[in-house]
Write a protein that binds this ligand. Structure first.
Ligand code: PLP
Length: 406
């Protein structure tokens, strides 16, 4: 029960796959006084975060920042480049891909949901060959966009986006490629330009280590061109006024000033560390978490070892065990939040987030919370996941010193 007059000692273990823990440095940056968003000081901040985000998305083209959660950026991406009744392909990798599909339908788009059948389909990534086949069959080029999720947060599967681009090119199809990297960006390798993505979509509360509240579209020249003739109604989400105002560092309406202070700080942290190191750090934590799950004798939700997510690990429960009951024990006894199973896999699995402001010891502690909670819930474990994770981290030191970052 939520008790507002009580707060447990120490830090709550926020081990959900976003919102992720916010570093003290970012919290402090956000606590500065709010400034005039039309004044000269703001333009410096505006220009800096827009340019930093180009580096994070790995793009030379514009990035748009909205004061909204990731769902807003989903809608923005669609309404800016498409017209009522346009046909789009979505690929069902999990709950978030399904939600995006539903949103597209509500906007008046004609969606076609591709995917592998049943619950097993939610254990795999985007099948680029299925997309290629479908596009080849669309000789009249009726399909206007292919929409895929990079890191499916509901399952812990990270799809190969470059393979989707290559499939579209092999089919010789002009469809736009739109990618949700809401939980992938700044934690898993992502390359907007090199992978030929037309619109990338992201949010603040995952790899960027910020609270929820801002979201992003990264654009390609082809997407900007498409926006000039697209007919879906849009005002708040419209790119044209944004792009015009952003040239001088300003926004057409009130931006989330304090979250932008935080964004500036988190970009300094991420770019200062170097994105390759950020990605390697997440890969290492994910490997430690998987070592724990395997030692427990439990199954990992992602069934393709080439696509294990660096951001989260989905843990499947044995038949008859309610994953949400296990999560509740872990929360109530050890003050640790884990991600619930969503949609088709509700109650069948839980998700351990290992992203952003974590380290080996916080992850080991979270795994200890899971191990104790699983045992208390009567789940028979083959061995100690905590021991396995400790052994993994001891045997695989980070390729840099934690004292110097070098
Ligand atoms: N897409 C993915 C992959 C997500 O993980 C989420 C949220 O967790 C969303 C979309 C929706 O974003 P939001 O909840 O910020 O609106």
């Amino acid at each position: 029960m939520l008790q507002l007059d009580f707060h447990p000692t120490g830090r709550h273990f926020l081990q959900i796959p976003g919102p992720s823990p916010v570093p003290d440095r970012v919290l402090r940056a956000m606590s500065l006084p709010t400034i005039d968003h039309r004044g000269p000081e703001f333009a410096v901040l505006g220009r800096k975060v827009l340019s930093d985000m180009q580096k994070i998305f790995k793009t030379r083209h514009p990035v748009v920042i909205y004061p909204a959660s990731g769902t807003g950026a989903w809608e923005a991406a669609l309404v800016n480049v498409l017209s009522p009744g346009d046909k789009v392909i979505m690929f069902e990798t999990g709950h978030f891909a399904s939600l995006w599909n539903k949103l597209a339908g509500r906007l008046g788009l004609q969606t076609e949901l591709l995917g592998l059948p049943g619950a097993e389909g939610w254990r795999q990534g985007v099948q680029a060959d299925m997309i290629e086949q479908r596009l080849r069959a669309d000789a009249g080029h009726q399909i206007r966009a292919v929409c895929v999720v990079h890191n499916e947060t509901s399952t812990g599967v990270t799809s190969d986006i470059h393979a989707v681009r290559q499939a579209i090119d092999r089919a010789g199809h002009p469809a736009l490629l739109m990618v949700d990297t809401i939980s992938g960006l700044a934690a898993a390798d992502y390359r907007h330009d090199a992978w030929g993505v037309d619109v990338s979509i992201s949010g603040s509360q995952k790899g960027l280590m910020l609270p929820p509240g801002i979201c992003f579209n990264a654009l390609s020249p082809k997407a900007i061109e498409a926006s000039k003739t697209a007919k879906l109604p849009r005002s708040f989400w419209a790119w044209d006024e944004m792009l015009e105002m952003n040239k001088t560092g300003y926004f057409p309406y009130t931006p989330n000033t304090n979250l932008l202070y935080g964004l500036s700080e988190s970009c300094d942290m991420l770019l200062g560390e170097g994105l390759d190191q950020v990605f390697a750090r997440h890969q290492r934590w994910a490997a430690g978490a998987r070592a724990a799950v395997q030692a427990w004798g439990l199954e990992i939700q992602c069934a393709d070892s080439a696509l294990y997510s660096p951001i989260l690990t989905g843990v499947m429960m044995p038949e008859g065990v309610d994953a949400d009951a296990v999560r509740r024990v872990i929360y109530e006894r050890f003050d640790c939040s884990l991600g619930t199973g969503l949609g088709k896999v509700k109650g069948r699995m839980f998700r351990i987030g290992h992203l952003g402001d974590c380290n080996d010891l916080t992850l080991i502690a979270a795994l200890a919370g899971c191990e104790m909670g699983l045992k208390l819930s009567g789940v028979k474990l083959a061995g100690s996941g905590v021991q396995a994770a400790m052994a993994y981290f001891a045997e695989h030191p980070a390729p840099y010193s934690l004292a110097t970052g070098k």
